[in-house]
Design a protein around this ligand. Sequence first.
Ligand code: FAD
Length: 409
Amino acid sequence: MIDYELSSDLAATREQLHMVAKHAMRPIARDYDEREHETPWDFINMMWQLSKNSGVGPGRESRDRTEPRMEERNLRTCIAVEELSWGDAGLYLAMAGPGLGGAAVMAAGTPEQKERFLSRFKGDKPVWSAMAITEPAAGSDSAAIQTTAVRDGDHWVLNGTKIFCTSGLMAGDPSKSNGFVVVWATVDRSAGRAGIKSFIVDAGTPGMTVAKCEDKMGIRASDTAMLVFEDCRIPLDHILGSPDVPKTSEGFKGVMATFDATRPIVAASAIGVGRAALDFLREELTRQNIPIRYGMAVHNLSVIERDFMDMEANLQAARLLTWRAAWMMDRGQKNNLEASMAKAKAGLVVTQVTQKAVEILGPLGYSRDTLLEKWMRDAKINDIFEGTQQINMLIIARRILGYSSKELS
Ligand SMILES: Cc1cc2nc3c(=O)[nH]c(=O)nc-3n(C[C@H](O)[C@H](O)[C@H](O)COP(=O)(O)OP(=O)(O)OC[C@H]3O[C@@H](n4cnc5c(N)ncnc54)[C@H](O)[C@@H]3O)c2cc1C
């Protein structure tokens, strides 16, 4: 049965996070946008405690409250992420927690590995994890990665360079946290996709260096790092899932399954940013006595009314796609198509909505006196990471038409 009504618990979580977004994130959003490489420690610590004590926050488990019902875990995360991203997407991404690395452990790890690696997030100090896939010569085509993992006795030895790794600094630098980075590497280049596995590298492992932090256009409160691996030795049981190289690319499908969990979350973040822009636009239009009249015939609407309603409808469509993808995941259903649909739609909508809001408000939208221009900059990343717009459209086409990645690339 489909139920569009949020449970009272979920609605309360959303309300609580909205207050956090409004009162703890918005006031510092501009500041950390201007000071890109400074860590918002007060905010991070406050959110860690809040998450631990009340169970609110994306991907965190509560000690003190009843565990969230498993069947709404992903939906809950999406709702939390939309609210926090309405506050500020960069600050949301800067928060400690299992994040993308944790999602990879959930998707590809054994039950024992899930327990071992994810229990770190129950401690008193903030902990980060990150996921390092992208390389200088491998972005969209993640099967082309060059980083190698070679078995040497009781260890894997990793060599290679990873770029644009979200939270790479906070997860990889031991002075920041007791975190870890999930690194994609090939154990057998001749096997192509089938040889690609994911490995857990603990912060501070000799041979892993945080080489650089990027200067970015948007989400500037979140660190994005280059990580270099030089003869980096990790224990054998730090490979996620089985070390066997299958004859087919089934193993690669296992690591790719991470995206089925993370794409709806990115979509939810995009919707939060788009909603921030739309709410701001609504307030400004009201202040300027420009009405948005619902229920009129289309030919009687002003251009601004029509634009506004289009923006609103598109955001709502993206949200419904996102909730469906999360809802399916919560029920253990295959959601590869739906996750890409949500991500593609939300990534596109947020760039259009934020640009249109700037356009309609003109100088007010372009000025740094308000956050609207920042939301326009923050929006674009949703069309790039976790699969670009084009790559998600490709996946959708493959799934609908029944083509393999070889047949449609
Ligand atoms: C702020 C930020 C944070 C990031 N965080 C992470 C992270 O945490 N972990 C991580 O591993 N990576 C991360 N990335 C990297 C991101 O996932 C890649 O940038 C993305 O996958 C695209 O890869 P690329 O940059 O190499 O572009 P390319 O793959 O070179 O693509 C360039 C352009 O060509 C298009 N294109 C490519 N192939 C096709 C095709 N077959 N058909 C049609 N169009 C195509 C793309 O859509 C894109 O528009 C991050 C990037 C940024 C900017």
